[in-house]
Write a protein that binds this ligand. Structure first.
Ligand code: IDP
Ligand code: MG
Length: 142
């Protein structure tokens, strides 16, 4: 077991449903600790940079439009095996296929509007946390 940090977003669809509190409640109930939190609206450049890995995908333009369509909440989460535990709590990318009890089943709509983001591994967690947070934003880091 190892203490990890991962990066999460409450996406604009969930924020638009006034589900910030509900999503955060599920995260805290799961035992993950929130070590940084920021409510913001992404610019085109931020969303494009964050999702650069998907640049060649046919849904890239729509994804950037969705992610900049309203405010979102950026989070750094910490705990034992935080990366995989948070991926499990989020549920499948396609909200329609997400298992009951997951965040995406409860607050997502489809494969694009799926309520939350979570890093998919240690490398992406490090890159994504660094994209939006500096060391002094993270509790216990500086
Ligand atoms: P993930 O968020 O579960 O890691 P990724 O494959 O990394 O899924 O895709 C990033 C985001 O792009 C998804 O969360 C979703 O919002 C969007 N997305 C993924 N696949 C599709 C698709 O086939 N159509 C439209 N949007 C998609
Ligand atoms: Mg992903």
């Amino acid at each position: 077991m190892s203490i990890e940090r991962t990066f999460g977003i409450v996406k604009p669809d969930a924020v638009g449903k006034s589900a910030i509190g509900a999503v955060i409640a599920l995260i805290e109930k799961s035992g993950l600790r929130i070590v940084a939190l920021r409510h913001t609206q992404l610019s085109d450049a931020q969303a494009e940079g964050f999702y650069a890995v998907h640049k060649a995908r046919p849904f890239f333009k729509d994804l950037v439009a969705f992610m900049t369509s309203g405010p979102c909440v950026l989070m750094a989460l910490e705990g034992e095996n935080a990366i995989s535990r948070y991926r499990e709590l989020m549920g499948a990318t396609d909200s329609k296929k997400a298992v009951a009890g997951t965040i995406r089943a409860a607050y997502g709509t489809d494969i694009e509007r799926n309520a939350v983001h979570g890093s998919d591994g240690p490398d992406s967690a490090r890159i994504e946390l660094g994209f939006f947070f500096t060391g002094c934003d993270l509790l216990g880091s500086a």
